[in-house]
Design a protein around this ligand. Structure first.
Ligand code: AP5
Ligand code: MG
Length: 202
């Protein structure tokens, strides 16, 4: 299973991505988590990324591509992976396609979690009270959602045109959404050769 998660900030990419990674026995690779780790470690990469992340913009493509490229070179991704937060624009999507083509391991599908903007804002404001993410401030949240609409949303057409897009409503209870995803993945597996044996039995 080689899958990417598409969805606005707060749509549940991390929440559902963790559950899916466990279900399929593959690693979840989050560029946001990798960047936040670099920021807290105070690396040069982290220093470059911090101000952009705090403002809700997109970090430069070469930085995130480097993160993904080195992560995908690690052996635990040989059996598949779930990419959370990458790609985020068309240039990144093209780079990922080329990278995977080079390995002879094309992407199986792109899962889009659909959640309306006001619910996204409410979820992230709630998280702001529970955790300490520098970008969970209302004006930054709204900026992230705007950037998503402008830069990332076009990827729905990009993967739709490849016949790889699966769209799932991302509202309701976490477990219900997960079951919804599993059903949709099983349907998609029936139509393609991505090897959905585990979902087919879920
Ligand atoms: P990233 O870390 O990817 O953040 P994001 O896309 O803004 O998304 P979040 O992590 O906030 O939300 P999520 O969709 O994972 O939802 P979650 O499960 O956490 O990126 C951060 C920044 O890094 C970017 O802004 C950018 O600067 C940079 N970056 C990262 N990747 C990049 C790239 N490829 N290129 C350039 N820059 C990049 O859920 C959110 C909250 O809702 C949680 O509190 C959760 O508990 C709750 N929740 C989840 N599901 C439900 C539910 N069903 N009902 C109610 N609450 C729920
Ligand atoms: Mg996340």
């Amino acid at each position: 299973m080689r899958m990417i998660l598409l969805g606005a900030p707060g749509s549940g990419k991390g929440t559902q991505g963790e559950k899916l990674a466990h279900e399929f026995g593959v690693p979840r690779l989050s560029t946001g988590d990798a960047l936040r780790a670099a920021v807290s470690d105070g690396t040069e990469l982290g220093r470059k990324a911090k101000s952009v992340m705090d403002a809700g913009g997109l970090v430069a493509d070469d930085i995130v591509v480097q993160i993904v490229e080195s992560r995908l070179a690690q052996p635990d991704t040989a059996g598949g992976f779930i990419l959370d937060g990458f790609p985020r624009n068309t240039a990144q999507a093209r780079t990922l396609d080329a990278l995977l083509r080079g390995h002879g391991t094309p992407l199986d599908l792109a899962l889009h979690l659909e959640v309306d903007d006001e619910e996204l804002v409410q979820r992230l404001l709630l998280r702001a009270q529970q955790q300490d993410r520098a970008d969970d401030r209302e004006e930054v949240i709204r900026c992230r959602i705007r950037v998503y609409g402008e830069e990332t949303r076009p990827l729905l057409d990009y993967y739709g045109a490849q016949g790889k897009l699966v769209v799932v409503p991302g509202t309701g209870a976490v477990e219900d959404i997960f079951q919804r995803i599993v059903v949709r993945l099983a349907e998609a597996a029936g139509k393609s050769a991505f090897g959905g044996r585990r979902v087919a039995h879920a």
